[in-house]
Design a protein around this ligand. Structure first.
Ligand SMILES: [Zn+2]
Length: 285
């Protein structure tokens, strides 16, 4: 045993003939010709002073840079992967704070991501409700995009899509599919209330929300339903779903200008600019 160890250590001890780019210092150790720090050190090991290999400063720097580059690349890959699975509708990727008008809802949404750690730890969900076109989905997508950029797993989807996916599944697969949403730190369900309203559909909607509830993970829901409709559901099935949603998500009313109209106005301005600039052309409103 002792011989084995000694054999190993003596193999580790390096020679003192400089390789290319090295030189022998006054202290009898080899130095790096580039950074002039030693590539060897003296260490007492098992009762004997030995000369062992070590890493010079420039090599350490190089290794650190390499490690950082690897980590950055790994992170980019992760973000890329997360975005591809987390946001399936491509146009949602363009809905970002930097193109958002500063509305109350956008301010809310910004606070939400700025305080993400707290939001996640305390499981704070949001229920963005209001009329069509007020920017509920837009605000939710902005939240998703910022968090995805920070490598936080987010899934933004809707119940129509979920129900379509489930359509072809066996019961066991369905359970697994519903449980798979727990891999996402944040689940965003867009447009609650527009999905099919069969008994089967309602049951699945309840199962998804219930699973999120059990997992104690945050949920954001957008809906065109009013808070009145949510608090006074028409059926028992709806009552089950909405009461759980209201328990998990803080209602935020989204009102104000119709975003779609604003966008179409912007587009008209752009068309005017591009097609008629300097020619006195008019686009009728
Ligand atoms: Zn060096």
């Amino acid at each position: 045993m002792k011989e084995l160890l000694e054999g190993f250590l003596s193999r580790l001890e390096t020679e003192t003939t400089p390789k290319e780019g090295e030189y022998l210092g006054d202290d009898g150790l080899l130095y790096c010709g580039k950074c002039h720090t030693p590539v060897q050190c003296r260490k007492e090991l098992f009762g004997k002073m030995r000369i062992l290999p070590c890493t010079c400063r420039c090599r350490q720097e190089e290794m650190r840079r390499q490690k950082e580059a690897d980590e950055a690349r790994e992170r980019m890959n992760t973000i890329h992967r997360l975005k591809a699975t987390g946001i399936q509708e491509r146009h949602l990727l363009d809905w970002r704070f930097d193109v958002a008008e500063e509305t109350d809802t956008i301010r809310w949404a910004k606070h939400y991501v700025e305080n993400w750690r707290k939001v996640r730890d305390k499981n704070l969900g949001l229920l963005l409700w209001g009329d069509v076109g007020t920017g509920k989905s837009f605000a939710a997508a902005c939240i998703a995009n910022v968090l995805l950029e920070q490598a936080v797993p987010v899934l933004m989807t809707n119940f129509s899509r979920i129900l379509n996916q489930m359509g072809a599944m066996y019961t066991e697969e369905r359970y697994q599919y519903i449980a798979s949403f727990n891999h996402y730190s944040l689940l965003i369900i867009d447009d609650l209330g527009i999905e099919r309203s069969t008994e089967y559909a309602k049951e699945q909607v309840y199962a998804v929300i219930g699973e999120r509830y059990k997992a104690n993970l945050p949920l954001i829901i957008t809906t065109n339903l009013t808070i009145r409709e949510l608090r006074n559901p028409a059926t028992v099935a709806d009552a089950r779903i909405y009461s759980r949603v209201l328990e998990m998500c803080t209602p935020v009313q989204v009102s104000g200008g119709d975003r779609r109209q604003a966008v179409s106005r912007q587009k008209q301005e752009l068309v005017k600019d591009v097609l008629f600039s300097g020619k006195g052309g008019e686009v009728s409103q």
